[in-house]
Write a protein that binds this ligand. Structure first.
Ligand SMILES: [Zn+2]
Ligand SMILES: [Zn+2]
Length: 458
């Protein structure tokens, strides 16, 4: 289950044996390939390849090398290509001040124009950045959006990666991470949050060891994934699963997410929590909920930041079908030492989680993210409460698990339910951490006139 998030299958390097290369990848366990357009002709070809192969998706865009050729007429044409069902992103676009095949000012202009088009079409972006870190960062910051997309072939340091992750991007690593002298890249690949990590080949270029120097192809994604799994000291299967889940922005929307939003509900709550729904109803703002499959992985950075990133990821996941609405994402993490206790899959797992938490102080952290109708990130924060559970007997835990309440709850308990009896002490407000900031945000919006409440029922 490996996904190559960036390949150039349209290139002439594959003309002689393209179908063989594609078949080899599929047989070798590659479950999805995103093939990237770099100009009009290449984007057209990428779509053709995607149409012929179920597991291949395409993107359209003008690479910074070709920025000087991206005239408005061609961009209009690309926009029509983008409506093809197999097109999942706009790109690659970006800045390349290393080769400078197009003048820098034209690259900046083409990038800005294409970022705007991607937002207009509600598509994620694939960004190329070579020797242009500072210019790219300031250009992206200037637009102040919650971005969806990928910084591909990442070549900066950890701090740059985190700055881009804060803006909403995933960071994708190619085969260069396997090279002996790639210390910076390896450090970054081992430290960034797993939820924002992707792997790619960028084939036919950047072939990983042990095939460095030969033509690259999607099958070789496994060497890059293996190296990163080794750097992060985790099983390859786990890394493969996580990076596959992370390509969500590069997948067509799920069936249940394609329904159009009712005009009379300007707010979308990207969270499945019934408690949040219940509290939000008290604000008298019409809203609807949409859920997404954002998974809580292992803690790979500061827990507060992690909670915030998860909330942002939930908001991002529904932007595609809810652009034009206010979106409120929220996610709660239960953290014991450095371990994230997610939602238990079954009663046995709930039992062992509660056993771990018994008698211990731990953190309940909720991240919030509010996105404006123009996709700008309006607010993002995380709050924490320390909770200590009583020392519980086996019988008490079994009795609580039998109530059914622990299933589907982070950390296997709900304080505002039967679970209240588990608690010995709380530092801070539990209600506050789980729900209240959400309503505070919405009330603040009402105060500015951005959202209108409905009248109280008579
Ligand atoms: Zn590139
Ligand atoms: Zn590329």
């Amino acid at each position: 289950m490996l996904i190559d998030s960036h390949a150039h299958l349209d290139m002439e390097d594959f003309d002689a044996d393209r179908d063989v290369v594609i078949k080899r990848a599929l047989q070798g366990g590659v479950t999805r390939i995103v093939t990237i357009g770099i100009d009009l002709a290449s984007s057209r070809k990428a779509i053709e390849i995607a149409k012929k192969n179920e597991f291949i998706y395409a993107t359209v865009g003008y690479h910074p090398h070709n920025a000087s050729k991206a005239d408005p007429r061609d961009l209009e044409k690309l926009k029509t290509f983008a409506s093809e069902p197999k097109v999942v992103a706009w790109g690659e676009i970006g800045l390349d001040f290393f080769r400078r095949h197009s003048p820098p000012d034209m690259q900046v202009q083409a990038l800005e124009r294409q970022l705007d088009i991607a937002f207009e079409l509600d598509l994620p972006v694939i960004i190329h950045d070579r020797d242009a870190h500072r210019d790219l960062l300031s250009l992206l910051k200037k637009k102040n959006r919650l971005y969806r997309g990928v910084i591909h072939c990442f070549s900066g340091n950890y701090d740059l990666a985190m700055a881009l992750i804060e803006m909403g991007f995933c960071i994708s690593f190619p085969g260069t991470v396997t090279y002996k002298n790639a210390i910076d890249t390896q450090t970054t690949a081992s430290r960034i949050p797993l939820e924002r990590l992707l792997v790619e080949t960028d084939c036919p270029y950047l072939t990983p060891a042990p095939f460095r120097g030969k033509r690259n192809e999607p099958l070789y994604i496994k060497y890059t994934a293996e190296k990163i799994a080794q750097l992060r000291q985790m099983p390859l299967e786990e890394l493969a699963e996580a990076t596959s889940a992370n390509t969500m922005p590069l997948q067509p929307p799920e069936q249940d997410m394609t329904r159009p939003i009712a005009k009379d509900s300007p707010l979308v709550l990207a969270s499945a929590s019934p408690r949040r729904k219940q509290l939000l109803r008290q604000t008298r703002i019409p809203f609807r909920t949409m859920t997404s499959r954002v998974r809580e992985g292992t803690l790979a950075c500061d827990p507060l930041l992690n909670a915030r990133l998860l909330a942002e990821a939930k908001a991002q996941a529904v932007i595609r079908t809810s652009g034009g609405n206010w979106i409120l994402g929220a996610d709660t993490l239960v953290v014991l030492d450095r371990e994230v206790l997610g939602k238990p899959a079954d009663e046995n797992e709930a039992f062992s989680m509660l056993r771990k938490l018994s008698g211990k102080e731990h953190s309940v952290i909720t991240g919030f993210c509010l996105v404006a109708p123009d996709s700008k990130k309006a607010h993002s924060e995380a709050v924490v409460t320390r909770v200590t559970l009583k020392a519980l007997t086996k019988t008490e835990i079994l009795g609580y698990v039998a109530t059914g309440e622990p299933l589907g709850k982070a950390g296997s308990y709900a304080i505002q339910g039967i679970g209240a009896f588990l608690v010995k002490g709380i530092t801070g407000s539990y209600t506050n951490v789980v729900c209240l900031p959400l309503c505070a945000l919405v009330n603040a919006l009402v105060a500015t006139g951005a959202l209108k409440t409905f009248p109280i029922d008579s």
